[in-house]
Ligand binder design. Structure first.
Ligand code: GLN
Length: 304
């Protein structure tokens, strides 16, 4: 059996000694003060054995990782009709770019770039009685953890500086691909991005993606087919214009966030979450990517 714990210990040690740690996402002021020396990693395997190292119990802003959770909730509620409003192709562009959206008449390339996630948020706002509360309840159920919450300060901070997201939402609205008003949808979107979780909680929440749509308590959240699709989207779109590099270096479906978190997984084997707040120039955690490359190289476990 693979000694995951020793491998995680070695990864955390290498991360602690790294000089070049990347840069914090300063465009969300509330995130700008976080210590770049933080590093955490947590792995859960299909038998539900848990392994962790470093700052794996410290909560951080999961940001774009939340897009996978909102997508899961929407797919569970409306199924395939989602694809009438969002495409499933990689964009090759940064997460916040708008040029393709205009060229393609307001249909976002995929649900993991900002415009796509804003359409998903719009659908949830239409479908749910109390969108923020209901989404939070969904995540807590998935995680089997009632302590998970939004970080209202982070949500408020992004609201003040989220000019590009306002531009994206307005563009979507002009093409008729946003039903609710811009402020309501973005208030929901900023809150979903502000979810505060640690590596342990993230890896456990994403367990259903290695377990054919069933959470750790064996409750069914998604069909096997829906899990296949979401995992495919994480592989091809989860790291924006660095999705190719992540597949090349790490070889797993995954999703990053500008809070410095990454979740990656090997279906039927394990799910792993890392956190290191410094980002590379594509907005993905610098040490998180290196850590996951080391993990899949040392264990020889990847989808390839
Ligand atoms: N809330 C962030 C934004 O919309 C999420 C971006 C990310 O994590 N890549 O800009």
């Amino acid at each position: 059996m693979i000694d995951f714990q020793s491998i995680l210990n070695a990864i955390a040690k290498t991360a602690a000694n790294a000089d070049d740690r990347g840069l914090i996402a300063g465009y969300i002021p509330e995130l700008a003060t976080i210590d770049t020396y933080k590093f955490g990693i947590h792995l859960i395997d299909i038998e539900q054995r848990n392994f962790s190292a470093g700052d794996s119990d410290e909560r951080f802003s999961i940001q774009s990782i939340s897009k996978v959770l909102s997508l899961s909730m929407v797919l569970g509620l409306i199924g395939e009709s989602l694809w009438e409003r969002v495409n499933v192709e990689p964009s090759g562009d940064p997460f916040n770019h708008l040029s393709l959206l205009e060229m393609e008449n307001g249909v976002p390339r995929n649900p993991l770039i900002n415009p796509g996630a804003i359409v998903v948020a719009d659908i949830l706002v239409s479908l749910l009685d109390n969108p923020k509360e209901d989404f939070l309840a969904f995540v807590r159920k998935l995680a089997n953890d009632r302590t998970i919450n939004f970080d209202k300060k982070v949500a408020a901070s992004e609201k003040v500086t989220g000019f590009r997201n306002y531009a994206a939402a307005n563009l979507l609205k002009s093409y008729g691909n946003l039903v609710n008003d811009v402020d309501t949808v973005l208030d929901f979107y900023f809150h979903q991005c502000s979810l505060s979780m640690n590596c342990n909680q993230l890896a456990n929440t994403f367990f259903m993606f290695i377990n054919q749509g069933k959470c750790r308590k064996n409750n069914i959240f998604l069909t096997t087919g829906q899990v296949k699709r979401i995992n495919a989207l994480m592989l091809t779109c989860g790291f924006y214009d660095e999705a190719g590099e992540f597949a090349f270096e790490v070889g797993l479906p995954g999703k990053s966030g500008v809070g410095g978190g990454i979740v990656a997984l090997l279906p039927n084997r394990f799910c792993v979450a890392t956190w290191s707040p410094g980002l590379n120039d594509k907005g993905n955690s610098k040490l998180g990517m290196l850590a996951l490359e080391k993990l899949t190289t040392e264990t020889e476990l990847s989808i390839f």
